[in-house]
Design a protein around this ligand. Structure first.
Ligand code: IPM
Ligand code: MN
Length: 364
């Protein structure tokens, strides 16, 4: 029997509650599909920082590198540690393991309400591929002349040819495999939309556009489109059906996926993967929501985003049938709408939702 080792970093706030449910569904899938899933939990996060002065031990990446994949709950609790310090842990893993793709599927399941009239299960089915290691998140710069009226800050974005080209190639490969346009009139199998801002960012995004053209030339079977990030926020709302795969820089991808989460029913449903497509390092999967410290221990937050992140993890491991079953279980639960947390207008607890999904996975 194949056995996978999975590191679970529940993080802060409600992280432990949602990670428990994701793990429960993982174990149900492993039992049904005949593979082993050995999880190990690590208590890294803000409480550890208060105790030891560090979010995670110095050799954390060494420890994690021995796992097949990582599940991350959610990090940060500004009442304990300033966000720009606590989040270094998340950004450190993304960068340290060169998880250069942040894949965020945006899909609306039947039975899920959204505040947007344009969003239906038919119109909302796309994916954002966010660059995850450089760009605006390069963390280079400084604050100078602190405390003086002449104080200023410099924050440098790094946009390398290699960094842009590799994430764009991933987006094109993904569009090819999704085949959203296959069978359409122009013979294209899918579409990649480049999220740019070259009208204002006259170096970084002009170069981004240029690299996009270069990469696109290698994928004549995939349609391309290009839109500025501000316009993309508008089109996401107005015509979500236009999108198949969107490729965006680190910051732009961050921003548009919060909007994307509303298209799919809210933060309680949005999942993502920090992926090293070359598999040199373990990839890390997480709900994209924060740690909601004020709800800690109340068993009220929605575990679906975490269960969906775990589904992505299982698929990344190559257990497609198990991933499909997890997705079907989530879909069945949401479609029926009987068991749901408060954010979805229900009265169920986090663990009741997790147990219901696990039961559906087990029943098949
Ligand atoms: C996300 C988050 C992080 C990011 C924060 C917490 C640093 O918003 O994963 O989208 O900006 O990448
Ligand atoms: Mn974000």
């Amino acid at each position: 029997m194949k056995e996978y080792r999975i590191a679970v970093v529940p993080g802060d706030g409600v992280g432990a509650e949602v990670s428990t449910e994701a793990e429960r569904v993982l174990l149900a899938a492993a039992r049904r599909f005949g593979f082993g899933a050995k999880t190990e939990w690590f208590d890294w996060g803000c409480d550890r920082y208060l105790k030891d002065g560090e979010m995670m031990p110095a050799d954390a990446l060494d420890t994690l590198s021995r796992f097949d994949a990582i599940f991350l709950g959610c990090i940060g609790d500004a009442n304990k540690v300033p966000d720009h310090i606590s989040l270094e842990m998340l950004l450190g893993i993304r960068k340290g393991f060169d998880q250069y793709v942040n894949l965020r599927p945006i899909r609306l399941y039947p039975g899920v309400d959204t505040p947007l009239r344009t969003a239906t299960p038919e119109t909302v089915d796309f994916a954002v591929v966010r660059e995850n290691t450089e760009g605006e998140y390069s963390r280079l710069g400084g604050i100078f002349k602190q405390g003086s009226p002449d104080g200023f800050a410099v924050q440098t974005g790094i946009f390398t040819h290699k960094g842009m080209a590799r994430v764009m190639r991933y987006a094109f490969e993904l569009a090819r495999s999704r085949r959203k346009l296959a069978g359409g009139p122009e013979g294209k199998v899918g579409k990649v939309t480049s999220c740019s801002k070259s009208n204002a960012l006259n170096y970084s995004m002009v170069y981004w556009d240029q690299v996009f053209e270069e990469v696109a030339a290698g994928y004549p079977d995939v349609a391309t489109d290009k839109a500025f990030v501000d316009a993309i926020t508008m089109w996401f709302v107005k015509n979500p059906e236009w999108f198949d795969v969107v490729v965006a820089s680190n910051l732009f991808g961050d921003i548009i996926t919060d909007l994307g989460s509303m298209l799919q029913g809210g933060m309680g449903l949005a999942a993502g993967g920090n992926i090293d497509p070359e598999r040199r390092y373990p990839s890390m999967f997480e709900p994209i929501h924060g740690s909601a410290p004020k709800y800690t221990g109340q068993r009220r937050v929605n575990p679906i985003a975490s269960i969906e992140a775990m589904r992505m993890l299982v698929e990344h491991l190559g257990e497609q049938a198990a991933g499909d079953a997890m997705g079907e279980a989530v879909k069945a639960l949401l479609t029926k709408g009987e068991v749901r947390t408060r954010d979805m207008g229900g009265t169920n607890t986090t663990d009741e939702v997790g147990q219901a999904v696990a039961a559906l996975v087990t029943e098949g």
